[in-house]
Every structure is written in structure tokens, then in C-alpha cells.
Design a protein around this ligand. Sequence first.
Ligand code: FES
Length: 87
Amino acid sequence: AFEVVLASSGRVVPVPADQSVVKALAACGVDVMVSCEQGVCGTCLTRVLEGEIDHRDVYLTPEEQAAGDQFTPCCSRAKSARLVLDL
Ligand code: FES
């Protein structure tokens, strides 16, 4: 488990091991638009301001993944204890 922080409000949202970031956000009333929910389409792409991402998508190129400033919250997760999202 890890947590995401919404940069705009400072709100902290816990992400349990069995839940996606998108689902955890939705449970807190924060909607991220999704389509495939499998890391393929890029619809959910969200900017990451801080933290280490565990990329699990096939949408971003390896270079984009390595840059570490955006991720697909429908399936990707965090390696660090928290991610600060540009939301
Ligand atoms: Fe398609 Fe996240 S919804 S990549």
C-alpha cells in the first residue's frame, strides 16, 4: 500500500494493495477519466510531481517511463511510500 497526495488540495488518499489509484481516488470523490483501465490507451495519464512510479502500462515509451513525471493511474502504482499528483 502507498498513498497519493493531490497537489492542489494537499489531500492524502491511501491506495490499498488490492485497489488501483483510479479506484482509490474515485472512492474519495476524485474522478480521473479512464477508458481501457489496462494501461493501453493513455486516457488516464496523470502528471506526477514527486515520488517514484511503478509503471505497469504499455502506453508510455521506456524513455517516458524513465522520466518519471507522468503515469497511468488505472494500473500503475508507486515504489515510494507516496506519490504527489498534479490533481
Ligand atoms: Fe487506458 Fe489508463 S485508462 S491507460
